[in-house]
Design a binder for this molecule. Sequence first.
Ligand code: HSE
Length: 414
Amino acid sequence: MVNIAMLGYGVVGSGVAELILRNKYRFKDELNEELVLSKILVKNIGRHANNKNSGLLTEDIDDIFEERVDIIVEAMGGLDPSYEYVKMALNMKKHVVTANKDLIAEYGYELLRLARKNGVTIHFEASVGGGIPILKSINECLVGNQIKSIKSILNGTTNFILSKMNRNGMSYGNALKLAQDLGFAEANPDSDVKGYDAARKLSILSTIAYNRRVNWKDINIEGIMEIDSDDFRYAKLKKCNIKLLGMSKICNDDIYASVMPVMVKEDSVLGKIENEYNAILVEGDAVGDVMFSGKGAGMFPTASAVFGDIADIIEHKKEKSIVFSKEKARINGNWSLKSKWFMRIKTDDRIKVIESIPLNFKSCYILSNDFSGNKNEVAAFVSSDNENAVNDYIEKIKQKKYAESVKKLLVLDK
Ligand code: HSE
């Protein structure tokens, strides 16, 4: 018998409890093991009174660490008290499975070492990409490659919001509310819309892919709060869509890493990813481009990944566990490839702004459309050798009395 205890019983926890039940006899023939969910830690038992698992609920953490428990599933999210509980579990020689990207992005290195010291494992496939089996794929199937770059959509909530704004003309606020109702958003959705959640996931992914520790706080992060319906209208002129992309790439000794809204071709692999779906495009030196996509948030997609980790523990796949390198990556947040950029410049003198653009960029396309309605902005696509040149222009123009604010978006149109 394999005894599983769980911390937390929200959206993810409920899905995991259900999958454990559905797969109770999954390992019966092969390993003569039966799965039992023995305890679930909740904050307030009263709030789950009529639940079918109400007999398993406890408010006492000591019940979780009982001797008969083999695996602890952490499905609480956040750092406090998850961090302390997971450390306690590992020190008590329990295997841990977690979906908690905050925890792994912040303390992954320390927890992996602690697990190893105690002869147990900590698995976290569900922490990145929800139901998509991406960490195992990079760590095992693609191990013969040097990973050169990652382009990804790693946050279901923001992809859902951007999809609804683009396809249904829904307002940002209504789309966010719907994502919250559907259980995709974090307890504090700032984490989603400000890009922190995607940055934490990108740091975990990149740490494994490049075998160097990428600290999520070093990543250049921009959220989606400034994106409005006019941005989508401008994007459509170029047959583009707008996506919050997490990108990282080997640049000599550094790693480029950023999370930001990007215009991508509507018919490109990432441009077609809608709603709560996530996608990860990995470029390996041997395999070339490999694309992974699937539901990145929600009860059962996340539970699916958690259950895969439980299965690995039961099948004793410890030797293939992920290891975080000792070496810390040096992060560079500047896009250094020759690319197109889109700019919207709010101004009370359009002529002066229009004149300044060709003087600063070798190639540019100034739009005759002004979707702002007030005739108070200039929108343009420009080509630039690197992001620095675009930033220099923005700094220069912002110092002029006639330019109020500038918004810029990278355009990936190939
Ligand atoms: N809030 C996260 C998202 C949940 O929207 O992707 C899954 O990590």
